[in-house]
Structures are given as C-alpha cells and as structure tokens.
Design a protein around this ligand. Structure first.
Ligand code: ZN
Length: 241
C-alpha cells in the first residue's frame, strides 16, 4: 500500500514539474491556435469568393455566346422580312424579332449584374489578402517565440515525460483514473499531504482521528472538503528521498 500511495505522490510531483514547463509557454499556444483559426477562416473566404468570381465569369461568357447567336438569328429574321408574302408571315417574323430582342436585353442585364458582382468579389479579395499577410507575420513571431521556449526545456520535458510513463505504468488503473479525474477538476493538484494538520490542497483542518488513519498508509483517503487524495507526510518524504 505504501508503494501505491508513493506512486501517486510521485506522479503528482512529475505533473507539477510538467505544469510548470507548460506555464512558461503562457498564452502562446492559445494565441498561435487562434491566429491559425483566423487565417484559415479568411483563406476559406478568399477561396469561396474566388470560385464565385470564376463562376460568374463563366456565366458571363456563356451569356455572351448566347447573345451572339440571338443577334445572328435576329439579323436573319430581319432579312426575311423583305421576302414575306402575306401579313401572317410578317406578323410571325416580327414576333420572333421582338422575342429575340427581349432575350438579348435580359441576358445583357444579367451580365451587367454579374460584372458588378465580380467587381465586388474582387474588391473583397483585395481587402482580405493583406489581412492574411498581416496575420501571417504575427503568427510567425508567436510561433518562433513558442519554439524557443519549447526548445529551451526540451531535454527536461522529455526526461519528465519518460519518467511519467514509467510511473503511470506502475499506477493501478483505478488509482490513475481517480488521479486524472481529480487533477482535471482541480486544475492540477490531485494528491496532497497534510501540513500543520490541514489538507495542503484546500487548507481545511483534517480531524486528528483521520490524520492518524492516514498516517497508517493503509488505504486511499480523500479530503472530505476538496476531494483530493490525501497522503501522509511520510509518503512525501519517501518520495523525496
Ligand atoms: Zn482538501
């Protein structure tokens, strides 16, 4: 049982050191992530606007071709006007000419709107691109800062990670789950000792009868106030040896 408690205490010691290294990074990892997210969102906007602009251009070209065809037809109809033999034929042709004219006007109006849309999209892209450059500069600086901090503690961190793996392997599965659960809930400290008769996690006094029980190191005790695992000062001393 002593070993089981000692293992948990050791795990906490290592995680404390890893937490300290993590703290050195400060807000940088979050800042890098936020910048990357922002850049991706802008990149997506640019891609979307660019493809819309291409679609609009293709549609305009299609319409242009259609207008050419309609105008050619119209020319043909107008020429045929001179060869009509009766009013019925004349009316039919005039109707065709008018209809073609309407179609041409409709397509030309559509193309004007598409050209306006293209212009707006191009303007939007022009505004977004410098933003992307600016964010990228900022990202590079933050990434470099973070890399420097990580590099400075690389060896220590990798040593701690190896130690942690070994200790984790020695920890009983339910103990480890409890440890991780409390650690998450308490944002760090899951295993604490008794200092001056109090839980060193929440500073509430541990009743003396309970203190005696804890000193026997015969089972896992949880602080009745904060829920952390309470170990005796002897366990802590054993670990520090
Ligand atoms: Zn407590």
């Amino acid at each position: 049982m002593v070993n089981r408690l000692k293992t948990l205490y050791e795990l906490q010691q290592i995680d404390d050191q890893l937490d300290e290294l993590e703290e050195l990074r400060g807000d940088l990892p979050n800042a890098v992530q936020a910048l990357e997210d922002k850049m991706n969102s802008i990149k997506n906007q640019v891609t979307e606007k660019d493809s819309k602009r291409k679609e609009s251009l293709e549609k305009r070209e299609e319409n242009e071709e259609e207008i050419e065809k309609l105008k050619a037809n119209q020319k043909k109809f107008k020429a045929q006007l001179y060869q009509v033999r009766n009013n019925k034929e004349y009316d039919a042709l005039t109707k065709e000419i008018d209809h073609t004219e309407e179609q041409v006007t409709k397509l030309e109006t559509e193309n004007d709107a598409l050209a306006d849309q293209s212009k707006t999209l191009a303007d939007d892209i022009e505004i977004l691109k410098p933003q992307l450059d600016e964010l990228n500069d900022e990202l590079k600086i933050k990434q470099a800062d973070l890399k420097e901090i990580i590099k400075a503690n690389e060896k220590e961190e990798s040593k701690l990670r190896t130690q942690r793996k070994e200790i984790e392997a020695q920890t009983k599965k339910p103990d480890y789950s409890a440890y991780m659960r409390i650690r998450k809930a308490k944002k760090g400290k899951a295993v604490v000792t008794i200092k001056r008769s109090a839980c060193s996690g929440c500073h509430n006094i541990v009743p003396s009868q309970r203190q005696l029980e804890i000193r026997r190191n015969s089972r896992l005790f949880f602080c009745e106030y904060c829920g952390r695992i309470l170990v005796s000062p002897e366990i802590a001393e054993l670990t520090e040896d």
